[in-house]
Design a protein around this ligand. Structure first.
Ligand code: GDP
Length: 331
């Protein structure tokens, strides 16, 4: 059994900005032990009134586009502007290799060693519903600890962007110029989610192609229907090596915040996200309880073969498993 603190020790530690305790508290919310979960939910509930005062920025893009380098450079600039920056990384384990996509290299060393910043990778290997739920909680704890910019990093390869989009205020997509115009494996849907595209690595020989790409993407984005929040996604150039464009990105985020607060979208979006969080958590917890149920487990195991061979309709089995689960919970 791991050592845990008392609720008030976590609470006071976080509110006083103690990073070690913040880190321990995030470990607590990430724990799958039921005893930890009770304490974790209580802690999150206690700290909710102290949360919400940050700008939450999601950052995505294919591996190699320069996300971690960008976050280092952008994060450092924000620190120098006097902001307190926390970075949370959602790392969906690769379905194919069962390995971690983000975790295989030392990342953001400079930012990580800066006492003004806080960096936290999310655990890999958990189901996405679980990971994104925990990231929301980690975000809230960071806010209670006084961080005013939260950068949430995710790899632009799957469902995780939608999960991140649903928990941030501003969604940034990093892209490369001249890397083949099949949108670099980025689906159109992800472009539609973005509030800004950043053509990254706009330096050296890549500067001119980046300028051209900017125009192309800008034109493409103008063809998308204008969203209800009345914001046409902007395209910017940036280089994390030279620092070009980083300040513009920060200015754009502030412009977005001002505009969305004025038109009411900021708060309505957060309200919708809280409901979405509830739905995610219900699904996640139901799923967990379902799969833990011994009778369900047994039938699932014994019928697996019939599903794999195509003899049994998955819909039929799912339905009878749900009935079994229900009858187990009627008492
Ligand atoms: P990630 O997989 O998206 O996190 O990408 P990384 O941050 O690990 O960067 C991938 C590669 O691109 C590394 O070799 C970086 O040095 C390089 N890189 C990152 N940002 C820039 C940039 O602004 N300009 C140039 N020229 N290279 C960069």
């Amino acid at each position: 059994m791991k050592k845990r603190l008392e609720l008030t020790a976590y609470k006071n530690g976080i509110l006083s900005g103690d990073r070690v305790i913040l880190s321990q508290a995030i470990t607590l919310v990430e724990s799958t032990l039921e005893s930890d979960q009770d304490l974790a939910t209580e802690l999150v509930q206690t700290l909710m009134v102290h949360s919400g005062n940050s700008i939450r920025i999601g950052i995505t893009g294919v591996p190699g586009v320069g996300k971690s380098t960008f976050i280092e450079a952008f994060g450092k600039m924000l620190l120098d502007q006097g902001k307190k920056v926390a970075v949370l990384a959602i790392d969906p384990s690769s379905q194919l290799t069962k390995g971690s996509i983000l975790g295989d290299k030392t990342r953001m060393e400079n930012l990580a060693s800066d006492k003004r910043a806080f960096i936290r990778p999310s655990p890999s290997g958990t189901t996405l519903g679980g990971v994104s739920g925990k990231t929301r909680e980690a975000m809230l704890l960071c806010e209670a600890a006084g961080f005013d910019v939260i950068l949430v990093e995710t790899v632009g390869v799957g469902q995780s962007e939608t999960a991140v989009k649903n928990m941030v205020d501003f969604f940034l997509l990093l892209m490369l110029a001249g890397a083949g115009d099949e949108l670099q494996g980025i689906k159109k849907g992800i472009m539609e989610m973005a509030d800004a595209l950043v053509i990254h690595k706009a330096d050296g020989d890549n500067f001119e192609p980046a300028k051209k790409a900017k125009v192309t993407y800008q034109n493409a984005l103008h063809l998308f229907p204008v969203s209800q929040k009345n914001w046409i996604p902007k395209v910017l150039l940036a280089s994390s090596t030279t620092g070009l464009g980083l300040e513009k990105v920060a200015e754009l985020v502030i412009q977005y915040e001002t505009q969305m607060k004025e038109n009411g979208f900021w708060e309505s979006n957060r309200a919708a996200q809280r409901l979405n969080w509830l739905e995610d958590q219900i699904q996640f917890l139901l799923g967990l309880a379902f799969l833990k149920n011994p009778e369900v487990k047994q039938v699932l195991e014994s019928e697996k073969q019939n599903i794999q061979s195509g003899k049994l309709n998955p819909g039929t089995l799912a339905k009878s498993l749900i009935s079994l689960f229900h009858s187990n919970h009627k008492s």
